[in-house]
Design a protein around this ligand. Structure first.
Ligand code: AMP
Length: 469
């Protein structure tokens, strides 16, 4: 399938694709769209960045258009469930963009904001409702919404929804849906519990899968800087002043740590803002907007808060703390070098524990990262041997959930680029090769490429808990 024209999409949708500057379907779109247009249920293994939103939105819009009926009050024809508020907003934006030449009614049902507006938006019924599971159930339970007219159900990022504890909510929602419906189910990974969920929800599904997006790692210069622990704040400020930063995303392991970094930078005269789970949705949106527009050049975030951030033009990722889950490192550095750009990922390491994390990361990416030692003599002497822990596992003394502040945040503006964006990226030249992973670039890239898909935490999440979302 080389062109969107081959799908025979209705004219208003084809025009919207031209507006969006989409000409060639991505692999997940090429596989999914014809199946979904034919009315089949589809289970897809694909991660964000592959173009999967259009893969489900386009055929659904086409089918809505083929059967134009007015939604009944307090109902929706299309229900999309997504794990986070920000991803939900993003999906809704996509529906509205692809449906801009259709008179489409749509609404968002997400937690963290008052329900009143959502209740009012649903009064007259909508074509498309994008929701997080918890808020959707609240709306159903308060009789603001009936699910009896749902013709199309989409589950997006099913594995993340399960990891976030939404399994029971999803089961309750599905039980309220008509049996006759089309279901499109997407997940970045397909372990047994996700496959079981799909099995229970789908009717004779067609299966599609795309390989993970090509790694961005080959365009990221990774640096490890060993510093004395007390000097980290001052060092970060110095680094941000010296480096040619367009936009820097600084990661900390904890919310408190993020606030401290912002204060430390402010003392050094660098304006920065933090996003994490303790901040309000309004604050996050405002800060992300300022970051995207370039008003703020330094954003400090925890891992969960940064999860949906997909801002092009992040020149630097700085790990103020090294993550204790090695896959998180891969996710973090993948925030830079987007859309064909190059990027720099700098990790500040202090103490034996972080050294242990570094070794786990290096084992995972199968590369030794070049180290710069900026410790003082005293700091070097104080450093004790790294604690022993099993390869690829979080260090035992750290609680992985501490990483999670339950505040997923925006992917940023829709990127005007091919899904995945990194396919066929030429290896860069003219860079300081000493700053690249040693131990075989191919090896390192393979390791990263494999894990670049949304990986699942090593700890066993409590999938029966109702998340605070
Ligand atoms: P998604 O995986 O749905 O989040 O999409 C990733 C990015 O790719 C979004 O910014 C989309 O706007 C963009 N995109 C999706 N499909 C295409 C396409 N066929 N051509 C160009 N860009 C696309």
């Amino acid at each position: 399938m080389t062109s969107f024209k081959d799908f025979g999409l209705a004219d208003p949708i084809a025009r919207a694709l031209l507006d969006e500057n989409y000409h060639t379907p991505t692999p997940i779109q090429a596989q999914t769209i014809p199946l979904a247009l034919s009315g089949r249920d589809v289970v897809g293994i694909a991660q964000t960045g592959t173009g999967k939103t259009a893969a489900f939105a386009l055929p659904i819009l086409n089918r809505l258009l083929a059967n134009r009926i007015r939604p009944q009050p307090k109902t929706c024809r299309v229900l999309v469930l997504s794990p986070t508020r920000e991803l939900s907003g993003q999906i809704l934006d996509s529906f509205n963009a692809y449906g801009r030449h259709i008179r489409l009614t749509s609404a968002l049902a997400i937690g963290g904001v008052p329900m009143g507006r959502q209740v009012r938006a649903l009064l007259g019924g909508v074509d498309v409702l994008v929701a997080t599971p918890g808020r959707l159930l609240d709306l159903v339970q308060s009789n603001a919404l009936k699910l009896t007219q749902v013709e199309f159900l989409v589950l997006d990022e099913a594995d993340r929804m399960l990891d976030m504890g939404f399994i029971n909510d999803i089961r309750k929602i599905v039980a309220k849906l008509p049996i006759r419906r089309q279901t499109l189910f997407f997940s970045a990974t397909m372990p047994k519990d996700i496959a079981d969920l799909a099995e229970a929800m789908l009717r004779d599904p067609a299966r599609v899968a795309v390989t993970p997006v090509a790694s961005t790692a080959e365009r990221i210069t990774q640096r490890i800087i060993q510093v004395d622990f007390p000097a980290k704040h001052a060092f970060l400020a110095e680094l941000l002043k010296q480096e040619p930063v367009d936009r820097a995303l600084v990661f900390t392991r904890t919310k408190h740590g993020a606030d401290k970094v912002v204060k430390g930078l402010a003392r050094a005269g660098i304006a920065a803002e933090a996003i994490h789970g303790n901040k309000s949705q309004n604050h996050r949106e405002r800060v992300l907007g300022a970051f995207r527009s370039g008003q703020i050049r330094t954003l400090v975030a925890t891992d969960i808060a940064a999860r949906g951030i997909d801002v092009d033009g992040i020149s630097h990722v700085v790990n103020f703390d090294l993550p204790n889950v090695p896959e998180t490192y891969v996710h973090r550095i993948g925030r830079t070098a987007r859309a064909g750009a190059e990027g720099v990922a700098i990790s500040l390491i202090a103490g034996a524990e972080e050294m242990g994390y570094l070794r786990d990361i290096e084992r995972l990416i199968r590369a030794t990262l070049p180290r710069e030692d900026r410790r003082t003599q005293g700091g070097r002497e104080a450093a004790s041997p790294a604690p022993q822990h099993r390869p690829g596992r979080p260090a035992p003394r750290v609680h992985p959930h501490r990483n999670n502040d339950g505040a997923p945040v925006s992917k940023g503006p829709r990127r005007r680029r091919r899904g995945g964006g990194n396919h066929g990226a030429a290896p860069q030249s003219g860079r300081n090769e000493s700053a690249r992973p040693q131990g075989g670039q191919a090896d390192g890239i393979q390791g990263v490429a494999f894990l670049h898909r949304e990986s699942r935490p090593k700890f066993k999440p409590n999938r029966n808990r109702r998340p605070q979302h």
